[in-house]
Write a protein that binds this ligand. Structure first.
Ligand SMILES: Nc1ncnc2c1ncn2[C@@H]1O[C@H](COP(=O)(O)OP(=O)(O)O)[C@@H](O)[C@H]1O
Ligand SMILES: [Mg+2]
Length: 318
C-alpha cells in the first residue's frame, strides 16, 4: 500500500462549454497527503474545492495530470479507488422516499455490510447524530440541516480508509458541528484519512492537521497552522474600543492600508502588516489624546493569513 492517501501531480480540470469561456477550475495542483490525518482544503467560494473533490472521487475526469488514492490512479484504477473511499459531496444523494433509518441501512447493505453490523452501526449513528426523533420519517420531509446529517451519518456506516467531505458542516448548528468534528477526530485516531473542504477558517483551524489554501484553482499555501502563521508573520490584529468614536478615525485607518478593517459601534478591528516595533507606534497614534476603553494587539489569525495570501495572489496575477 502506498504511504500516501493522496498524490496529486500537475492536476488540471478545465470546464469548457460551447460558446463560453473555458473555466480553469483546477489550474495545476501538485501535493501529497500522508495517511492518518485530517487534511483541509481551504478556499473561498469558486476556489475549485468541489471540482478537485469530484476528480479525486472519480466523478469527473481531470483534463491533465494525475491523482492517486492509496496508490491507485483515479482514472485508470477508478474501481479500486471507489472501494477505498466514501464521500459526502455537495450533491450527495439521500433517498428522499426512504426513512432516515432505511437510508443508513440501504447504504450499508449496498456497501456489502451484513445486516447485524449494519443495524448496530445505524443505531449508534442515529444516537450520535441526534436523529432519534426523525428516524422513521422520510428524508423528503426533513429540513436541509437534517438531510445533511443523514448524508454525513451515511459515510460513517462503512470503514473505507479514505473519507472525503465537501463542506460537511453546511446547515449544522454549532453543537452538532462540534459533535461531528469529534466523530471525525475519532475516525482519524482509528487510522482513517479524511480530506475535507471548507470556507470556514475556524473549522480548518480547529480540525485539520494540515491545510492547503487554494484560490482560483491554484495552491497558495500549505502547512499546519503554525507554518501558515509563520508565512505571514508581521501581520497583527488590533482591536480598540473608544469611549466615543473619533470622527477622523476612518481616514486615519485607511492611511495605514490595513489588510482588513471594520468599525462596529465604538470598536474598531483591524489587521495590519507591519514590523513588530511599528505596531505599538500605530496603536499609540490612534489612541493619543482619546479615551480608550480597550486595547488589544494579537498575532495573525488564520483569517488574516488567508486574506493576505489571496490578495498577494490577486496582485501577482493582475
Ligand atoms: N459543471 C461546471 N461547468 C462549468 N463551470 C463550473 C462547473 N462546476 C464548477 N464550475 C466553475 O469552476 C470554478 C470552481 O468551482 P467549484 O469547484 O465549485 O469551487 P468551490 O467548491 O471552491 O466553490 C468556479 O468558477 C465555478 O463556477
Ligand atoms: Mg464547493
Amino acid at each position: 500500500m502506498s504511504e500516501f492517501a493522496l498524490e496529486v501531480e500537475n492536476l488540471v480540470k478545465i470546464y469548457s462549454a460551447r460558446g463560453k469561456q473555458p473555466v480553469r477550475a483546477v489550474d495545476g495542483m501538485s501535493f501529497h497527503v500522508p495517511c492518518g490525518i485530517i487534511f483541509g482544503l481551504l478556499g473561498p467560494n469558486g476556489a475549485g474545492k468541489s471540482t478537485l473533490l469530484r476528480v479525486l472521487t472519480t466523478l469527473t475526469r481531470p483534463t491533465q495530470g494525475t491523482a492517486k488514492i492509496l496508490g491507485y490512479d483515479v482514472v485508470k484504477k477508478s474501481i479500486e479507488v471507489r472501494k477505498r473511499i466514501s464521500s459526502v459531496i455537495q450533491e450527495t444523494a439521500v433517498e428522499l422516499f426512504l426513512s432516515v433509518r432505511d437510508n443508513l441501512l440501504t447504504y450499508a447493505r449496498f456497501q456489502g455490510l451484513d445486516k447485524a453490523t449494519a443495524t448496530r452501526r445505524a443505531d449508534a449513528l442515529i444516537a450520535d447524530f441526534q436523529l432519534g426523533a426523525e428516524v422513521d420519517r422520510k428524508v423528503q420531509d426533513l429540513s436541509g440541516g437534517f438531510r445533511r446529517r443523514v448524508q454525513v451519518a451515511k459515510v460513517f456506516m462503512v470503514e473505507t480508509p479514505v473519507l472525503f467531505l465537501d463542506e460537511f458542516s453546511t446547515g449544522m448548528d454549532p453543537l452538532l458541528k462540534r459533535q461531528v468534528m469529534n466523530l471525525l477526530r475519532a475516525e482519524v485516531e482509528k487510522g482513517r484519512t479524511i480530506i475535507l473542504t471548507t470556507q470556514v477558517l475556524s473549522e480548518a483551524e480547529e480540525l485539520c492537521d494540515d491545510i492547503l489554501i487554494i484560490n482560483k484553482g491554484k495552491q497558495i499555501a500549505r502547512g499546519d497552522l503554525n507554518t501558515l502563521k509563520l508565512l505571514s508573520h508581521g501581520v497583527y490584529e488590533v482591536t480598540l474600543t473608544f469611549d466615543q468614536l473619533p470622527e477622523t478615525i476612518q481616514t486615519e485607518i485607511a492611511a495605514l492600508a490595513p489588510i482588513r478593517f471594520t468599525i462596529e459601534a465604538n470598536t474598531i478591528d483591524l489587521a495590519l502588516k507591519t514590523e513588530e516595533g511599528r505596531v505599538m507606534e500605530i496603536v499609540s497614534a490612534l489612541t493619543h489624546g482619546r479615551r480608550v476603553l480597550r486595547v488589544e494587539v494579537r498575532g495573525a489569525s488564520l483569517e488574516d493569513i488567508f486574506v493576505e495570501l489571496t490578495t498577494q495572489q490577486a496582485k501577482e496575477t493582475a
